[in-house]
Design a protein around this ligand. Structure first.
Ligand SMILES: [Zn+2]
Length: 315
């Protein structure tokens, strides 16, 4: 999928079709047409865009560390794109969370010698499979992943990979986009990969069925904002290379829309009444065909009232 989509709507439309990499979705996506675009971000850090989540790559004398790996059918193209930078192997993959558009390449990369690292809950959710969703109209089935796709090294709070002269640090933030999110810091290069706690396709998908919440997403972003230098380069889970002003605008939208839905909850409005009253109309520019205003009202309502939907199979 090209990132230069003409609008959030068309990008989000593509995302909705291929989002989590279910068997049906994979059948619908023609990966043969996907090209991997490589952008040098800073120093020895690159960003790779194809279909699915953005990849960060630390490329240096010790080899390659990548953050996320898109879809299995793209693994060879991703390897080829990396070969254009170095002949060294991909030694480690860090998953930002369990969704198939970020972990689909785990198995093929593991088969060629890479070691996958992720937060404990990423492995659990890949292993069990289950239903992802916003507790409302957005639902996606995930089959249990093959053994070869499971992370070999897992961590509860944080882990550091010391490679290419840098302390690459993965830090877990609970209950944001999912319950297994990690944000990955490249301190020497002044780059951060946010996973899907920060995306550029409009209202974000928050997987409340997998332990995500808008409150957790806001706190993850606010904490991260205090940790980062002002000129850090930000790789979002989806969308173009960003900066902290972009992150601040995203957090502002999350806080304002949450406050509006919370006020409606306090006034005992039903979900249906909130949708009919179009309470998120002032943020209409964030409404996409994947997460439109109604789906985001559901997300916020379920997040703020602690409803995770009735279809969760695991935990
Ligand atoms: Zn995701």
């Amino acid at each position: 999928m090209r990132r230069q989509a003409s609008s959030w709507g068309s990008l989000a439309g593509l995302l909705s079709v291929i989002f989590l990499g279910s068997a049906t979705a994979l059948a619908q996506q023609d990966f043969s047409k996907v090209e991997i675009k490589v952008t040098k971000v800073s120093g020895n850090i690159y960003m790779l865009e194809g279909a699915g989540g953005n990849i960060a790559a630390s490329v240096g004398e010790d080899g390659i560390v990548i953050v996320d790996d898109q879809y299995a059918p793209l693994a060879e193209k991703i390897q080829a794109a990396l070969k254009g930078i170095t002949d060294k192997p991909v030694r480690f993959i860090i998953n930002t969370h369990y969704h198939g558009d970020h972990t689909g390449g785990n198995e093929p990369f593991a088969n060629t010698g890479s070691t996958v690292i992720a937060q404990d809950n990423v492995r659990k959710r890949l292993e069990s499979g289950g239903t992802a969703g916003n507790g409302g109209s957005i639902k996606m089935e995930n089959k249990p992943a093959a053994k070869g796709a499971l992370p070999i090294i897992t961590f509860e709070n944080d882990v550091t990979v010391h490679l290419n002269g840098e302390d690459i640090r993965a830090l877990h933030f609970p209950a944001g986009h999912t319950d297994g999110d990690a944000i990955i810091f490249f301190p020497k290069n002044n780059v951060v990969h946010m996973g899907d706690d920060f995306v550029r396709y409009g209202f974000p998908f928050i997987d409340v069925a997998s332990g995500g919440s808008v409150q957790g997403m806001i706190s993850a972003m606010e904490k991260t904002l205090t940790m980062l230098p002002p000129d850090v380069k930000v790789i979002p889970g989806h969308g173009a290379l960003s900066n902290l002003d972009d992150v601040r605008a995203f957090v502002k939208m999350l806080k304002e829309t949450s406050a509006v839905v919370q006020t409606a909850i306090d006034r005992k409005q039903t979900l249906e009444q909130m949708k009919q009253a179009k309470i998120l109309a002032p943020w209409e520019k964030f409404s996409g065909s994947f997460i439109n205003s109604d789906a985001f009202i559901e997300t916020l309502y379920n997040s703020l009232t602690g409803q995770k939907g009735k279809f969760v199979k695991h935990n």
